[in-house]
Ligand binder design. Sequence first.
Ligand SMILES: [Zn+2]
Ligand SMILES: [Zn+2]
Length: 290
Amino acid sequence: MNYVDVFLKAINGTINWTWRSITFDVPWYNNYFWGLILISLVVWILEIVFPWRKEQSIFRRDFWLDAFYMFFNFFIFAIVISGFYKVFEVLFSEVGITMTSLSLLDISHWPKWGQLMIFFVLLDFVQWFTHVLLHRFDLLWRFHKVHHSVKEMGFAAHLRYHWMENVLYKPLKVFAVMVLGGFAPEQAFIVHFTAIAIGHLNHANIKLTYGPLKYIFNNPVMHLYHHAYALPKNRRYGVNFGISLSLWDYLFKTNYIPEAGGKIKLGYHDDDKMPHSFFKQLYYGFKKGD
Ligand SMILES: [Zn+2]
Ligand SMILES: [Zn+2]
């Protein structure tokens, strides 16, 4: 089969899967389309009933832009990129690299809960590390600025990010699965849905810290400081890089929560240069000076 066929077949498969999700033709636990909508509605209702910043509008600034980003990054972009990923998979397998090439840890005989835990923790760690890199290197930061251009925080801001981030996060995520010998637990959907829910909550206008569990789980108070306009002098590359887990920030001393009033200025120093339209943001980040 030639690469064009591989490409088109993968894209076709993803379109079919997305359509079958919309029409409830896939198992409910693998239905990310309606799952994402359900989690969004639940977190939005929580924001409306228990708002942290009471003066913030229910339809806050850029609400619809962020709502569109959710579907774009999760479904529309996923369709396009699936073809490229499949071609890469074939190219790598032709030079002898497959998902089973690097089995460092065999968890296939572990109890189910242990498999899910290790899968969750490992994937979260590589994403934390990728996130640190996005802040550390200017070339990557240019794309990550889109996520940090949020000026009023609410749940949907979770998925406002440049499509290049999907691409940049991918290699380390694949590496993590390769470490497990290409093994993803049967119930991996639990991990994915948990990560979506925690990510939505991290950006929500709700004051939640989970008590002593704040040292393990990322939360809205901690993540609001990740988006702070003013960074402490000795942390110019950022603080609180956690995705689902705050644990890494506490371990690597990148944690920073000076107070919990929730009313800090968000953004970054030249965020007024960020275009407001989705289409302009699509092309943002590729040229020097962005
Ligand atoms: Zn960031
Ligand atoms: Zn964020």
